[in-house]
Design a protein around this ligand. Structure first.
Ligand code: UT7
Length: 320
């Protein structure tokens, strides 16, 4: 049987960061509120002139270096983003050009904060079917460009960044299964409503709008459920999880999911304080952190989960 094995990871955060104290000068908020309600301490903001592809390229190069691989060895790029630099071409094609390679397929996935899980699942399917052997999977976002910096209800939450993984076809266990879901009935709970036409945003605003409380509840219930689904599919129990690598949206959401699953805090990778909600980049950013600081070890069982606009949500379970 062929598995998609996680070979290496990489990530990148833009240089400029915005602290809670900085936000206090912009909107009616304070560090105590942001810390207590979200756990976020700072978020990184893309520089003028930088694009999502720049973030993706940095993360991809870090992953390639960690794998000891050249980009020419890849045969597929799947890139998750909600903030492509252009409506088209895809950011995956821009990234392929940056890496100096061509010919093999490259495409974007749009599933907002669940984008990385969707992209990982897609790459896993390609590998299992024998249609790819070495795949670069990236989550990259410049969400700060969709943030209304006068709306305290959302502007404290989001940030920019990118994370990448290299998957390789292997006879040794890697990704055991992935589980994807969507429910379009909630399309308006977390959205950017503006439509592009004639070079302008029309029929709505080009900013993130969110029903925070409802998103919160849905996130806790459905991400917990997605983890249980992954365990059940593989005849595993909660005790078999070495690490939960959750979507980094809000520390309270992560803690609530951990509590529902009866995991101890030291089994959960938590990076949200450092970069806020980076949407599709958040799971690979957390994964890269846990691997590089040595907490996540080869042979351990990891469960990844995420939830985002759409609504979309899902999980992946893998042996690292
Ligand atoms: O990937 C999925 C993406 N999104 C999420 O995961 C977000 C999910 N939702 C959340 O994380 C939380 O709902 C928030 C962090 C957005 C809000 O936390 P909350 O505990 O649900 O607060 P709330 O919306 O119920 O607001 C409580 C109070 C309100 O004031 P009143 O009406 O009680 O007087 C808000 O106006 O806090 C106020 N508030 C703020 N105060 C200071 C809202 N935002 C802020 C702020 N600073 N930034």
């Amino acid at each position: 049987m062929t598995y998609a094995r996680l070979l290496a990871t990489g990530s990148y955060l833009p240089e400029r960061s915005l602290s809670n104290a900085d936000l206090e000068k912009m909107v009616d908020t304070n560090d105590a509120w942001i810390t207590a309600r979200t756990g976020i301490k700072k978020r990184h903001i893309i520089a003028e002139g930088q694009g999502t592809v720049d973030l993706a390229e940095n993360a991809a190069r870090a992953a390639l270096e960690a794998a000891g691989m050249e980009a020419s060895e890849l045969d597929l790029i799947v890139l998750a983003t909600t903030t492509p630099d252009n409506p088209f071409p895809s950011t995956a094609c821009l990234l392929q050009q940056r890496l100096g390679v061509h010919g093999f397929p490259a495409f974007d996935i749009q599933a907002v904060c669940s984008g990385f899980i969707y992209a990982l699942s897609t790459a896993d399917s390609f590998i299992r079917a024998g249609n790819a052997k070495k795949v670069l999977v990236v989550g990259a976002e410049s969400l700060s460009r969709l943030v209304d910096w006068t709306d305290r209800g959302t502007c404290v939450l989001f940030g920019d960044g990118a994370g990448a993984v290299i998957l390789e076809a292997s006879e040794e266990p890697g990704i055991l299964s992935t589980h994807l879901h969507a429910d379009g009935r909630y399309y308006d709970h977390l959205a950017v409503n503006g439509q592009l036409s004639g070079g302008e945003v029309k029929d709505g605003a080009g900013y993130i709008s969110m029903r925070g409380n409802e998103v919160f509840k849905f996130a806790v219930n459905n991400m917990s459920q997605a983890v249980l689904e992954a365990l059940a599919k593989n005849d595993l129990n909660k005790e078999d999880i070495d690490w939960l690598v959750p979507h980094q949206a809000n520390q309270r959401i992560i803690n609530a999911v951990g509590k529902k699953l009866k995991l101890s805090a030291d089994q959960v990778i938590m990076t949200v304080a450092e970069h806020g909600n980076t949407s599709a980049a958040s799971v690979p950013l957390a994964l890269d952190t846990g691997i590089r600081d040595g907490r996540i070890q080869r042979g351990q069982t990891l469960v990844l989960e995420a939830m985002g606009g759409g609504f979309t949500w899902g999980s992946a379970i893998l042996v690292y």
